[in-house]
Design a binder for this molecule. Structure first.
Ligand code: ADP
Length: 359
């Protein structure tokens, strides 16, 4: 048994053009084609994908399937996506092992930045990514409240052990100072706190570190940008004009410290009445989308206002949002759009020229 070598060649040629969603490189060149075979008249192809790309797995499956179909249009085919291991490399001067660091920012407080950051981390993790969550909102660390995670950090060797939020390593300044103590820190102290968060915490091997940034100010963003190559920031805003003006300031602030803007999320975009199912656009609608279009920034999606979402936040039961059909699809879509954009950016990157081998 086995596959006819001409068909195999045709398939491998077509697969050359399929790009790995994480690196943007050909899956043929990065040894992600695990198997090309024919069993009982069916062409079976197995390719590998890293956990980083989990949210776009269906798209990847489809592009592999299309490539195989181009090679043998008349045949019955079956494509399997298997796990491909590619550990993260240490980043920047601090040695954090993550593949992407995503800062979640906003122009002002109260727009749902921490809620969005937590939901983004959860949505990525639920689809299969390895995710860490860092609450760097030193002025109002609300992630312990939203997640219901309480406790103290632990010391392991010379590292700080993060707390666990349903399998997501979690660090917050709220675990280090009593919740009623406003943190009035200035530049050097902030810088050293941020350095501790990314350098001294035993984050493990991550695909994504999601950072909940303080609203508005640039101190933490500047510190982070000096320590790590931040992949980019996601700006959260509500649709009304005033929040958008603040969001525009946030975009300018991140640009000033050379952190790329990945896109915008519109939170509290509409209210679906639980009694009637009717939709009300309390703060207007589509403002962030329009702004994103004008500023040529990707729009990553929207989250409706939802009473249960607020209640779940207060009860520290954010996980329930993913069992709620009124909310879950919006959160999953944002994670999908984020990874899709990262993947498109990777594919658009110029290919590193191969150095000639001297000898
Ligand atoms: P920020 O981090 O911008 O200050 P939070 O994420 O702490 O904002 O959210 C502020 C409040 O709004 C919290 O009580 C939270 O539960 C609530 N909230 C956030 N997003 C929504 C939403 N889409 N629907 C209902 N309540 C929300």
């Amino acid at each position: 048994m086995g596959i006819n070598s001409d068909i195999e060649k045709l398939i491998l040629t077509q697969l050359q053009d399929v790009k790995d969603p994480e690196t943007g490189r050909s899956i043929a060149k990065s040894k992600q084609i695990h198997e090309v075979n024919e069993i009982d008249g069916e062409i079976q192809v197995k390719v590998g994908m890293t956990s980083f790309a989990s949210p776009v797995k269906q798209d990847f499956h489809q592009s592999v399937e299309e490539a195989v179909r181009r090679a043998c249009p008349e045949r019955k085919i079956s494509v399997t996506i298997a796990h491909h291991d590619r550990p993260a490399q240490p980043m920047g001067t601090v040695g954090l092992t993550a593949k992407a660091v995503i800062a979640v920012g906003s122009g002002k407080g109260g727009v749902g930045k921490s809620t969005s950051a937590t939901c983004l981390a959860m949505a990525l993790q639920r689809s299969g990514c390895r995710v860490g969550l860092l609450d760097a909102d030193v002025y109002g660390p609300s992630i312990p409240h939203l997640t219901g995670v309480r406790g103290q950090v632990t010391k392991a060797d010379d590292k700080i052990g993060p707390l666990d939020f349903n399998g997501i390593p979690l660090i917050s300044i709220g675990f280090m100072v009593p919740p009623d103590q406003a943190v009035i820190w200035r530049g050097p102290m902030l810088h050293s706190a941020v350095t501790t968060f990314v350098r001294d915490v035993a984050w493990g091997n991550l695909d994504y570190l999601i950072i909940d940034m303080p609203p508005g100010t640039g101190d933490i963003a500047l510190s982070l940008s000096q320590l790590l190559p931040i992949t980019g920031t996601v700006i959260v805003c509500t649709p009304q004009e005033v929040a958008l003006i603040d969001a525009i300031k946030a975009v300018a602030m991140f640009e000033k410290v050379n952190i790329p803007i990945i896109g915008m999320i519109e939170n509290m975009s509409s209210f679906i009445c639980p009694d009637t199912g009717k939709q009300y656009d309390i703060f207007g609608k589509g403002g962030a989308k329009t702004y994103a279009e004008q500023a040529q920034l990707p729009f990553l999606g929207e989250i409706p206002i939802n009473i249960q979402m607020r209640e779940r936040g207060d009860e520290g039961a954010m996980g329930a949002n993913f069992d709620d059909p009124q909310v879950a699809p919006y959160l999953e879509k944002i994670a999908y759009q984020l990874v899709k954009h990262l993947s498109q950016q990777a594919a658009a990157k110029p290919v590193q020229p191969q150095l000639p081998v001297l000898g």
